[in-house]
Design a protein. Structure first.
Length: 656
């Protein structure tokens, strides 16, 4: 029984779950031949040169003044990258492309109502400058934090770049979060400026975002100096602006044609702060530095996602999540490519919306999350199958483990059967991709993220910090600094050190908080957050393992397993559309767990629910499901994307 997941220390999956056998898949030769990275020598270069090898990443950027040192590691764990160098992130994403491609599309935007807007690099330059000038007029100075509370409209990346241009760090808050969550993040970031909008569409309905912002304003400790309001809804929603509130369009019009000299920022200066998803605890304010972050993001955009200027690239993540920052805005724009920005939902007006957009735009690289792929699978292959997706040459996934079943579906129905898939592991804190295959170099293994990238010293270790044997579960740690790493936490140095770092005999170790195994080839399989372990019936179960067994049952799309206070196992399960959960399915789930893990793992309760509670990045909030199972008061659920499901789940638990 041990090797099958009980005990949480041994949870290598089986063929129905995460990380099946060694079915390595080679990248197609045609892809390899033209890939940005197609030489295995890059690994050796990083190995022999050490941190200096990261010059390659810095070389992808324009520097105002060159750096003196690649890495200053004199005061661990406070590492500084590219010290002495100065640069501006907005100039790197916009200005430097003007010579070569001012009339190339930078952003193609698709709105919820079928609207379209396109921005060339020249358009982007004009509007970023106008807004930057306007923000300055409102009093925004270098190092003032500006909070952005906007849906997926072009004004969001434009505002990020305008802030970066004047050296004002941004603090993006996912638009779907509550007034309370916004207030907490404004206070925690000491932010006195806000950019929001009148509202946005949710399906057919105009939804009032401004009233949420107003509500937040009543709750904050300090006060806001100025608020800028984008008019997203036009006549559909009229908002009255107070004395310190300004229309975005009026500001941009008034400053149209202005130029603002990009502020030369130190490489170590703050580019932005981002509050983490908070699936397990209170959100933390992660700080990213300008130089290291942008260099690492640019390098991985090219070498892992293989993005080039002539691509049309689509990262479907919300900009309110780190993935949208790094690979929806900074990475593609620093690379000078054309990027798709989509405001709507994937199933509106129909369930083929994503495939329709890929076909229409001849998207060549598509990057999304397993949670989205699970929805696509749930809706059925007929939707992608009815579109010409032959423009796609590379697919990516991020955010959670992808099961081999979903990996194969993605490749078959979206990737034309042969597109390489990069399964990218990283975190808000790592800033950029840290583990993944280089798609033109290494074979892929469905369900495994792959080896650490060149220059990333990731290790899977036991409690004593010793490397575990292949297949044995351990803790994923990173043993040397990397350029995209957080420079600190808003909550201070002490919290930063305590939260992430361990001092070992031979140096400092960054703790990712994830459990993992590694195979003979050095490919890593992520088992989930180490906190996601339940202790019932004198056993430690890895919830991710139990969930992958449940999801293997026909008709099941998602599952979350928690323990209640009476020592019982509760499984929350969603089913594919058209599949009515019944007694037979309950029986199947119980049988599968008994067969694969042991009788001891049979759930005491199976609660069928239409949806699971998720954060903006699609991660299931297990802690809330545990509170519901226990009848406890809820902890901080401000990071929840779909709070409306909470009531439904509670009544399913009570009546089920
Ligand atoms: C980018 C992002 C970070 C946590 C991370 C891990 C999980 C991310 C993954 C993955 C398995 C992958 N995670 N990528 N798990 N395979 N390819 O997701 O950042 O929102 O901070 O979450 O997400 O558990 O520790 P963030």
């Amino acid at each position: 029984m041990d090797d099958a997941g009980v005990d949480g220390r041994r949870s290598v999956g089986r063929d129905d779950g995460i990380a099946s056998g060694d079915d390595a898949v080679d990248p197609p030769a045609a892809f390899r031949d033209r890939a940005v990275a197609n030489d295995v020598g890059v690994y050796e270069a990083f190995e022999t040169e050490g941190p200096d090898a990261w010059r390659r990443a810095a070389d992808l950027l324009d520097w105002v003044s060159d750096y003196d040192r690649v890495l200053d590691d004199g005061d661990p764990p406070f590492y500084e990258w590219f010290t002495g160098g100065t640069l501006n992130a907005a100039a790197n994403c916009v200005d430097r492309h003007l010579d070569e491609r001012r009339n190339q599309l930078a952003i193609r935007w698709f709105g919820k109502r079928g609207e379209r807007r396109s921005y060339t690099y020249l358009d982007l330059h004009r509007e970023v400058n106008a807004l930057a000038a306007g923000l300055r007029d409102l009093g925004v100075e270098e190092d003032d934090v500006v909070t952005l509370y906007l849906p997926m409209v072009p004004e969001l990346p434009i505002a990020m770049l305008a802030c970066a241009r004047i050296g004002a760090p941004h603090n993006v808050v996912f638009a779907g979060l509550s007034a309370e969550a916004l207030a907490t993040r404004i206070d925690a970031a000491d932010s006195e400026y806000l950019i929001t909008c009148d509202g946005y569409y949710r399906r057919e309905d105009a939804f009032n975002q401004k009233s949420k912002a107003d509500n937040a304003r009543l709750r904050i400790d300090g006060d806001l100096d100025a608020t800028v309001v984008v008019d997203r809804l036009g006549d559909a929603l009229d908002v009255t602006l107070g004395g310190d509130e300004h229309g975005y369009e009026a500001i941009v019009d008034a400053h149209d044609g202005a130029t603002v000299e990009p502020v030369a920022r130190n490489a170590t200066d703050l580019l932005f702060v981002m509050y983490t998803s908070g699936t397990t605890g209170r959100p933390k304010g992660v700080e990213h530095a300008t130089g290291g972050y942008l260099a690492h993001v640019a390098w991985t955009t090219r070498n892992v996602l293989d993005v080039r200027p002539d691509d049309t690239y689509w990262c479907a993540a919300d900009i309110g999540w780190i993935t949208g920052h790094s690979y929806g805005v900074y990475g593609p724009l620093a690379t000078g490519t054309t990027t798709v920005l989509y405001e709507g939902s994937p199933d509106y007006p129909d369930r083929d919306r994503v495939w329709d957009l890929i076909e229409r735009n001849a998207v060549s690289i598509f990057y999304t999350s397993p949670t989205a792929i699970r929805s696509f699978m749930k809706w059925g292959a007929e939707y992608p199958d009815s579109h010409d997706l032959s423009s796609l040459r590379l697919l990516g996934t991020v955010g959670e483990s992808i099961t081999p079943k979903a990996w194969r579906w993605y490749r078959e129905h979206v990737g034309g059967g042969d597109a390489p898939i990069v399964d990218t592991w990283w975190q808000t804190e790592t800033g950029a991709i840290a583990l993944a295959t280089l798609p033109g170099v290494s074979p892929m293994k469905p369900g495994k993220v792959g080896p650490p990238l060149p220059g990333i010293d990731a290790r899977v270790v036991d409690e004593d910090g010793e490397p575990v044997d292949p297949g044995e579960p351990g803790f994923l740690t990173i043993a040397s600094p990397w350029p995209g790493m957080l420079r600190g936490l808003r909550e201070g140095d002490e919290r930063y050190r305590r939260e992430y770092w361990l001092e070992a005999e031979d140096g400092w170790r960054y703790r990712t908080g994830d459990g993992a195994t590694v195979d003979e080839d050095g490919y890593v399989t992520i088992l989930g957050r180490v906190d996601d372990v339940i202790n019932v019936r004198a056993h430690r179960f890895n919830t991710g393992k139990l969930e992958s067994v449940i999801v293997g049952a026909d008709g099941v799309t998602e599952a979350a397993v928690v323990g209640d206070d009476g020592g019982k196992i509760v499984a929350y399960v969603t089913t594919r559309s058209g599949i009515e959960p019944d007694a037979a399915l309950r029986e199947t789930i119980g049988e599968r767990l008994a067969a694969s893990v042991g009788d001891v793992a049979r759930p005491d309760r199976i609660v069928f629910t239409p949806e699971l509670p998720k954060t903006r990045s699609g991660k299931i909030m297990r802690r809330l499901l545990e509170d519901i199972a226990r009848g406890d008061e809820f902890g901080d659920i401000s990071a929840l994307r779909n709070p409306e499901v909470v009531g439904e789940i509670e009544s399913a638990v009570r009546n089920g």
